[in-house]
Ligand binder design. Structure first.
Ligand code: PBG
Length: 308
């Protein structure tokens, strides 16, 4: 009688990587989540593959001295994301890798784009994002995931990838991404927390009041060549996930973001909820809303509780 199944192959595991070796570095605002060395990331990739998780998503913590106003390092094939991707692909070739395309880990401002005269500028940023996508593809990524929300970037990135011979690399577009307070702990994890305190991202991310606009944003990205689309945050936006799944033929994914994860952890730590039960219920709710896949910091733990 169960209408919906939660399966291991629906889970994508976001992992943070940092420079240097040594033990994993815990993220204070994300209990149980850490920044890994490249070796640590590869170990976790092996674990993910053993658990039947189809892909990981890599997010870098760039050293502050390597950042600049334009996020130039994002387009350098020797950067941390590219090295981590290449290492992971060599060690666990059957596991998919989703690499984030956005400038925020690389800019001193923590913004997803370049700033000119106090504003994040769209078109100059898109050119940088194309370079970032191509170096990640050169490093062997399987999925490019633009999370920056600039206009026109999906079409531009598709052309740049094709011109560089990367026809087979997929694009997962963060098509409906809201300017949200739920990203706080993530910004701590990648060291882009300064933005939260200064300028909002609401000139390029969506207004939480809008639902019809999300459908327009998704339609644009689909026309430009996205292979699948993402709604983010997840739980507070399940209505958008559901509408997207009804309106579009492409697979819809959702991101249970850092603040959502942290809320569940905090409530569980206070003894008010059964952590494991709420974890599984929250993940099932994404599937019920119509999400094909879920990016979640619970991925490994949840996978271990599901049948093989
Ligand atoms: C930025 C990016 C963010 C997240 C993923 N990519 C934060 C932001 O837009 O400021 C958030 C993910 C999370 O909170 O778990 N490109």
């Amino acid at each position: 009688m169960k209408e919906t199944q939660l399966t291991r192959d629906a889970l994508i595991w976001p992992l943070f990587v940092r420079e240097g070796g040594g033990a994993a570095e815990p993220v204070a605002t994300l209990p149980g989540v850490a920044r890994h060395s490249i070796d640590g990331l590869v170990e976790n990739a092996r674990l993910a593959a053993d658990l039947g998780i189809p892909a990981i998503a890599i997010f870098p913590r760039i050293n502050p001295e390597d950042k600049d106003d334009d996020g130039t390092l994002s387009g350098d094939g020797g950067n941390l994301v590219c090295r981590a991707t290449a290492a992971e692909r060599a060690a666990v070739p059957d596991l998919g890798v989703i690499t984030d395309v956005a400038l925020d880990p690389f800019t001193t401002s923590g913004h997803d784009g370049m700033i000119r005269d106090g504003e994040v500028v769209n078109d100059a940023t898109v050119a940088m994002l194309c370079r970032q996508a191509v170096v990640q593809a050169d490093a062997g990524t399987t999925v490019i995931a633009p999370s920056d929300m600039m206009d026109g970037r999906i079409g531009a990135i598709r052309s740049a990838l094709d011109d560089a011979g990367h026809h087979h690399v997929l694009i997962m577009s963060y098509a409906a991404k809201y300017a949200s307070g739920f990203y706080g702990p993530f910004r701590d994890a990648v060291g882009a927390g300064q933005t939260a305190a200064t300028v909002g991202k609401d000139t390029y991310q969506m207004d939480p009041a809008n639902s019809r606009e999300a459908m327009r944003e998704i339609a644009l990205d689909v026309d430009e060549g996205a292979d699948f689309i993402m709604v983010k945050p997840g739980m507070p936006y399940l209505d958008i996930v559901s509408k997207a799944a009804e309106n579009f033929d492409l697979p819809v994914f959702a991101y249970q973001v850092s603040g959502e994860y942290a809320m569940i952890e905090a409530a569980a730590a206070m003894g008010g909820i059964d952590r494991s039960r709420v974890m599984m219920e929250s993940l099932m709710s994404f599937r019920r809303a119509g999400a094909r896949g879920i990016l979640t910091y619970f991925a490994a733990e949840a996978a271990a509780l599901l049948p093989k």
